[in-house]
Design a protein. Structure first.
Length: 319
């Protein structure tokens, strides 16, 4: 009888411990530094976005440490895949950018799908531009098209399947020109090529070349958006110059799929808090980052639609 009572007490105590374990585990989050995987080189626009985020995030998760891990290569694919296969415990999250994250899926190169991620939120957008070296004789899209029809122009893009690459292919399709497309490992490399006069042009994002445009060390000949950019308001859109081709990039946060709901909610709230933080907003404005807040649900819907659109384009213009 005594032995039976002892066993009941032991089982009861064990049950209490098991019931408390999830609470204790969540209460300890984060129990180690949170790694943010940035699928590009240090110094680029995505890397800068992550570091601005960390500075603000420390206000809302004071006991947390954040570490940036740059995983460049293959137009973001290597970094996206590392996020997807990371342990789903909330201690590894990462940034994604479009169109690359869906372009690798439609081209069947990716070892992930959108289902591989818990989508936290979108942070920013960055319309595409066409930039040429300072001493280039190309000053308008008309000049650009004529030059491309006269000879093969070497044009840099940020990897196969990138927003730059898709924008360049759309431009080719619309105008009938064919470029010698030069894939790079990121905007840092593209910028150096433009500034050094090593290429004829580059499809890039407006934030990546606006400072050089203002300083006169490079020239943006078109903004590929429906309206002019407030950052470089004197530059005409491609549409204004008779080429109705537009493209923008987005940059957001994801975590590996299967993450605990409480941890996911914590991360979702953290990003939402940062996005509405006045100091973060001011820092983004100072660094010429264009905010485009989207909740995880809204951003996932956007990505699903973008993947469908990219699939249609890939089916007619495979790469």
């Amino acid at each position: 009888m005594q032995k039976e009572k002892m066993m009941k007490k032991t089982l009861t105590a064990l049950l209490v411990v098991l019931m408390m374990t999830p609470v204790l585990a969540f209460g300890a989050y984060p129990s180690k530094p949170i790694t943010i995987i940035v699928p590009s080189k240090a110094g680029g626009s995505t890397d800068t976005s992550a570091r601005l985020f960390i500075k603000a995030a420390k206000k809302y998760m004071q006991d947390a440490d954040f570490v940036v891990k740059n995983v460049p290569g293959s137009g973001g694919q290597k970094g996206f895949e590392e996020i997807a296969r990371a342990k789903a415990d909330g201690h590894t999250i990462g940034m994604i950018f479009t169109t690359q994250v869906v372009a690798h899926v439609v081209s069947k190169r990716a070892k992930y799908t959108l289902d591989s991620f818990h989508v936290i939120a979108n942070m920013m957008q960055d319309p595409l531009i066409i930039a040429v070296p300072e001493k280039s004789e190309i000053k308008t899209l008309d000049d650009f098209i004529k030059a491309a029809k006269a000879k093969s122009l070497t044009v840099a893009v940020n990897g196969i399947g990138s927003d730059d690459f898709v924008a360049a292919k759309k431009f080719e399709n619309h105008t009938g020109v064919t470029f010698n497309l030069l894939p790079t490992k990121g905007s840092t490399e593209q910028k150096a090529m433009v500034l050094g006069g090593h290429i004829d042009a580059s499809f890039m994002n407006v934030t990546q070349m606006q400072a050089q445009q203002k300083a006169g060390t490079a020239r943006i000949i078109a903004v590929m958006d429906d309206k002019r950019s407030e950052i470089v308001p004197d530059v005409e859109t491609a549409k204004e110059q008779g080429v109705p081709v537009s493209m923008t990039a987005t940059r957001g946060f994801v975590a590996p799929a299967g993450i605990d709901k409480d941890v996911a909610d914590t991360l979702d709230k953290l990003v939402a808090d940062v996005m509405s933080d006045p100091e973060f907003i001011a820092a983004c404005k100072k660094d010429v980052m264009i905010l485009l807040p989207m909740t995880g649900k809204d951003y996932l819907d956007y990505l699903v639609d973008l993947q469908a659109e990219t699939q249609k384009f890939f089916d007619t213009t495979p790469w």
